[in-house]
Design a protein around this ligand. Structure first.
Ligand code: GDP
Ligand code: CA
Length: 317
């Protein structure tokens, strides 16, 4: 069996740990198509937060407390940059992480596409799944917000990390998405998949930028494989993170039903065949979509693998 997962960073990475565990049990192959909308160049380094969250988590090197970056991280480079007054100072650039960004940036500068750079980095981390960036092209999520009384578009990282999303926010723009092409292997993986899963990632700033790549959306929406989404919202709460702020900006209710309706039924121009919700949300009804309830707290690998089994069950594969 072939499983494709569309994923963001931390939430998606935790989900992929369960996907990988279940896939090992049933002998399935997994391809993760990872959001690149958070990617940003800082201090001359190309930083790919979601790719790194997935790679470090599956590689067993993520910091479990912080949720992002490397376990046992040190911060000498960040402190030294601050002593120079080098901006941005609000971004958490760890020393170990910096080595990853140096290797990546050197390879990108030498002309390698991000997909090949990612494959090269994964030789070290052996994530056990094929990791593909959604696109090799520039695709950045920007946020239109009022900053100190002035409306401007800032990079998603600045909105998220510096302002914690706590500024009047109007919309999200996926710069470059319309002309971006899926990275090599993405459309092929989706076309050959037995099931496509939407990780319980942030629907607005993790999954939406992936689906903003036109040929990628087309492959998912019109492909042969059933598409099953897993709700990132449990009982009206985003569990961890700030999905509620993102959904609020779009005027979407922070609920399993709200996010399910945002993705929409394939039959109605959306992407979903099935929507897996938490048992507390078992009354959820999305027109044109099969809804199933299962415990969706990703407390450990076994519980997460059980979620994946429920998703495959819903897909009928
Ligand atoms: P990011 O890119 O690092 O922000 O991570 P993602 O977008 O992949 O995932 C963030 C989302 O994961 C959050 O908005 C939460 O709604 C969701 N999430 C986190 N933990 C859990 C969990 O245990 N269960 C479920 N269902 N969703 C979760
Ligand atoms: Ca992210």
């Amino acid at each position: 069996m072939r499983i494709v997962v569309l994923t963001g960073g931390i939430g998606g990475a935790r989900f992929l740990v369960g996907v990988r565990a279940h896939a090992r049990r049933i002998g399935a192959e997994v391809t993760a198509v990872v959001n690149v909308g958070d990617d940003v160049r800082m201090h001359g380094l190309q930083i790919c937060p979601d790719l790194d969250s997935v790679m470090y988590t599956l590689g067993g090197a993520a910091d479990p407390e912080r949720g992002w970056g490397r376990v046992g991280e040190t911060w000498v480079v960040k402190e030294e940059l601050a002593k120079y007054g080098a901006e941005p100072s609000w971004f958490g650039l760890g020393d170990k992480d910096t080595a990853t960004h140096l290797v990546r940036t050197t390879m990108l500068t030498a002309g390698y596409p991000l997909s090949q750079v990612t494959a090269a980095l994964c030789e070290r981390w052996q994530p056990g799944v094929t990791m593909l960036p959604a696109t090799d092209d520039r695709l950045e999520t920007h946020v239109v917000a009022d900053i100190e009384g002035e409306r401007k578009a800032i990079h998603f990282q600045e909105w998220w990390v510096r302002y914690r999303g706590a500024v009047p926010t109007h919309r999200f723009v996926f710069v470059g998405a319309e002309t971006a092409k899926p990275a090599p292997g993405v459309v092929e993986a989706i076309a050959a998949a037995d099931v496509v899963l939407l990780a319980p990632s942030n629907p607005v700033v993790s999954v939406a930028p992936i689906l903003a790549v036109p040929e990628l959306k087309e492959a998912v929406a019109n492909g042969p494989a059933p598409v099953i989404g897993v709700s990132p919202i449990i009982n009206g709460s985003p569990v961890r993170g700030m999905a509620d702020r993102c959904l609020g900006t779009l005027g979407v209710e922070v609920s399993a039903a709200g996010v399910g309706a945002l993705y929409g039924a394939r039959s109605g121009g959306g992407v979903l065949d099935g929507w897996l919700v938490d048992t507390t949300d078992d009354k959820t009804d999305i027109p044109g979509v099969r809804v199933k309830a299962a415990p969706l707290w990703m407390k450990n690998e076994d519980l997460t693998a059980a979620m994946v089994a429920s998703a495959l069950d819903l897909a009928g594969v």
